[in-house]
Design a protein around this ligand. Structure first.
Ligand SMILES: Cc1cc2nc3c(=O)[nH]c(=O)nc-3n(C[C@H](O)[C@H](O)[C@H](O)COP(=O)(O)OP(=O)(O)OC[C@H]3O[C@@H](n4cnc5c(N)ncnc54)[C@H](O)[C@@H]3O)c2cc1C
Length: 429
């Protein structure tokens, strides 16, 4: 078993990182080379803006290269909850922004010729308990009435053609959802950004920032550059570089680890017995699972095996054992199957689990996707490019309040307590 991301391991590597020292003057400097940062950089570079991208590790080192590969449409919350929290107008606009993000990914793929196995698979939100059915069905009906008629309710009997498991009691189907190979999309985005004129430095942590007369100076161990505007696209990884000038975000982003396993490729007979519908699947428990097939028919299954802010090889391997047990509970016929990959990564949560984008502390930012950002990061990245060019009207999150979390400074000490609370809620639901 490799303790590595399947997406990293099976995508062509981005070979173009700039080898020289960090120097020069740029219109815009982007910190972070995930989907958000690269989409901002690509759009800016295409419009002739001189743009630099700096990543502490490598292209896709963060959540963008470590996720479950689901491009699920609509908000992750119950739509009624989103309306209650955001108001009807903003909830609808945000739901539609997620949908538009998937269309935008398709556009980027077509414009740049990125071969990344994109497919409109549809998503199933699966009821893990009989008591979850009524709530899920009411949510789907509300969505169908108000914002997305391309959804349907599937009864337990309808699931036979979708999923080879007796563990579920019905499901909401969202037909607009999609899947792709996340690593191939990342490499394609980085190549395209560079082709359009962006300069990308990997292994280059931004460790300091100083206000100058006409903008900012960013400091790294490889040198300094000047920029009129700085974009922070560091998401859940905002606390990974000690001393980085991202304190504003470290007080707001709750970084939490999520973990994934990928089996060996399933045979045709195993695919038919496991995932005949070949959609993205998410279960309805708070501490639940998400799974799909890879382009080469591995079952990729993730979940919050532990409530911790640590993803390293020891923690990932330990979590892999929990995930194997969860997989075997859902698909008993896969018991004992070889696990070829096991990895983890950090998701960046906000307290209300809605993302944020705007300007603060002298930077433009977009983050807080709360585990549901593989799609929205393409739209928000482009929104950040618009903001850098002085345009605010494309931001679906414009003006949303984002208070600091009390006593948070990069280390979410309260995660084990949150884990106990969510497990208890699942047991009682
Ligand atoms: C295990 C897991 C499963 C997930 N599954 C899904 C899913 O199936 N569907 C979905 O929609 N979403 C999913 N997500 C969430 C999704 O992957 C993220 O929302 C999205 O990738 C965020 O992209 P980003 O570009 O904003 O941030 P990231 O991809 O995290 O990039 C941030 C980058 O900033 C860099 N950085 C940080 N600090 C500095 C610094 N000081 N200097 C320079 N660089 C710095 C990091 O090295 C990193 O590369 C998952 C996330 C994880 C971890």
């Amino acid at each position: 078993m490799k303790l590595a991301s399947y997406w990293h391991d099976t995508a062509p590597a981005f070979a173009g990182g700039h080898a020289g020292p960090v120097e020069g003057r740029y219109d815009v400097a982007v910190i972070g080379a995930g989907f958000t940062g690269l989409n901002a950089a690509r759009k800016l570079a295409r419009q002739g803006v001189k743009v630099a991208v700096l990543d502490a590790a490598h292209v896709g080192a963060g959540g963008s290269g470590r996720n479950g590969g689901h491009l699920n449409n609509g908000v992750a919350h119950g739509y009624g909850d989103a309306k209650a929290h955001l108001g009807a107008e903003r909830a609808k606009a945000l739901y539609q922004a997620y949908d538009r993000s998937i269309d935008m990914i398709e556009d980027v793929i077509a414009e740049e010729g990125i071969a990344c196995d994109f497919r409109r698979s549809g998503k199933l939100k699966l009821a893990s308990k009989p008591s979850h059915v009524a709530g899920l069905q009411a949510n789907q009906e509300l969505i169908a009435r108000e914002v997305d008629p391309d959804t349907a309710w599937l009864d337990r009997a309808d699931l036979a053609g979708e999923i080879g498991s007796q563990a579920f009691h019905g499901a909401a189907l969202f037909r607009k959802s999609a899947m792709m190979h996340m690593g191939k999309y990342l490499t394609g985005l980085a190549d395209a950004s560079q082709r359009h004129g962006a300069t990308i430095w990997e292994n280059t942590p931004v460790t300091g920032r100083r206000k100058t007369r006409d903008g900012w100076e960013l400091e790294t161990p490889r040198g300094r550059l000047a920029a009129n505007t700085v974009i922070a696209a560091t998401g859940a990884y905002s606390a990974q570089v000690p001393g980085a000038p991202l304190g504003h975000f470290r007080k707001r982003i709750i970084s939490m680890a999520s973990f994934i396993i990928a089996t060996r490729p399933l045979t045709e007979a195993e695919v038919a017995a496991t995932m005949p519908g070949n959609r993205t699947c998410v279960t309805s428990l708070n501490v639940g699972n998400y799974f799909r097939l890879s382009p080469d028919n591995r079952l990729i299954l993730g979940g919050r095996a532990r409530f911790s802010a640590v993803s390293d090889q020891r923690s990932d391997a330990k979590s892999g054992e929990f995930l194997r047990a969860a997989m075997e509970g859902i698909f008993p016929h896969l018991s004992g199957i070889e696990i070829d990959y096991c990895w983890g990564g950090l998701v960046g949560l906000t307290t209300d689990r809605f993302p944020r984008a705007g300007e603060a502390d002298g930077m433009i930012y977009g983050m807080g996707y709360s585990g549901h950002g593989a799609q929205l990061s393409t739209l928000l990245g482009q929104v950040l490019a618009d903001l850098a060019m002085g345009r605010r009207d494309t931001n679906p999150l414009d003006g949303m309040d984002w208070p600091a979390v009390p006593a948070l400074n990069g280390k979410p000490w309260f995660l084990p307590l949150a884990g106990m609370w969510f497990r208890l809620k699942d047991r009682l639901s």
